[in-house]
Design a protein around this ligand. Sequence first.
Ligand SMILES: [Zn+2]
Ligand SMILES: [Zn+2]
Length: 442
Amino acid sequence: MPKEPKKPSSKKPQGPIQSVKGMRDILPDEMRFLERIRKAFLNIAVSYGFEGIETPILEDTDLFVRGVGKATDVVQKQMFSFRTKGGDPVTMRPEYTAGVVRAYYENGMFNLPQPLKLWYWGPVFRYERPQAGRHRQFHQLGAEIIGEINAVLDAQLIQFFTIMLKELGITAYTVEINSLGCKVCRSGYRQAVVNYFRPDIRKMCPDCKRRLKESPLRVFECDKEKCREIAEKAPQTVDHLCQECHSHFKEVLEYLDEIDIPYHLNPKLVRGLDYYTKTVFEIWPEDQAGYALGGGGRYDNLVEMLGEKMAPAVGFSAGIERLAGELKKIGAPIVKDKDIPTVFLAQLGELGRKKSLKLFEELRRAGFRVMESFGRNSIKSQLKIANREETGIALILGQKEALDGTIIVRDMTAGTQETVPLSKLINELQKRFALTETNKSA
Ligand SMILES: [Zn+2]
Ligand SMILES: [Zn+2]
């Protein structure tokens, strides 16, 4: 477990307070993308029969050491860990799956009808040196199916993921897929890998030397050129699968063929976490630039590692910021709320302002998006904002109108206006918006 270097808490100079190192704000321009991703994700999750789960950000450090694996980069280099005031070692979750499986046991969810289909969305933490594009807090969405081994579910999760990408307008991607086998076939494969690298071990980087001892398959994740070269002709997992794993993998691929999802068999794909068994997959943008958009796989052993009962499971996760980045890259249009009929509500005088709050809510309930500038007194400056926001219709509620129970409906484009009884306002607006809709489609 990485230890925080003890630094004396020197007195900081006074000044404006800034965000903590490695943390960043997400501003409205980016939030628009995030909201769009969330909408697409939840739509599919719900129609595929998934239900939501949220686990605590803070977990017992041991959960990740045991679940994710002692030898993984995540546990060795990236955990955001510290001790509570009571001295308990805790970690800000670096990923969701281990916590979801803990929750599965702790809440007796194995007693529910299986399989359990769960979705999640939220922040995860990695204590890395902050660098371009990497932050200590980022966000993941994902889905898990716990309690079923059938290969059809591996394919369904990949389908879920690719459909979400399509809904978001991301059509240029590749599905990379591999099978890592199970406990039975993995040990034979591991030995074959060790035997293969042994003659060249001195030419490899220090990380790989350690990996070969602790977790040999991870050698394939090294990005050093020399190590990659040596790994080029290494034995492949698919040639070492036991009968059961072999036919499971074949079935996954057949299901993918059936639903027309093209894939690329990638024998070097091992994923960074210890708990994967059988199917692993990653989805890459077509140009293969930067990072995978997401990935996942089967983790039949994790459930057993963390609890008493064995339960097969499969899941996927995706980095939300990466998806947002991809949307920006391909120039996906930002859907503003302009499609919702929008009016600007301007008020004048004390009575006008008082009545505005109630009217605002009535308009919202009738399905309108209402913009306002209640803090301003001048009608001119309010209409200026209405112009800037391009709301086609402005409503003006002045002292006289408030007393008469009427309101002025102003067509901002034509510059014309008429006074309408308040009781007929919603009707009048609906008529006007229906008219612009027919004009648009004509
Ligand atoms: Zn096997
Ligand atoms: Zn290496």
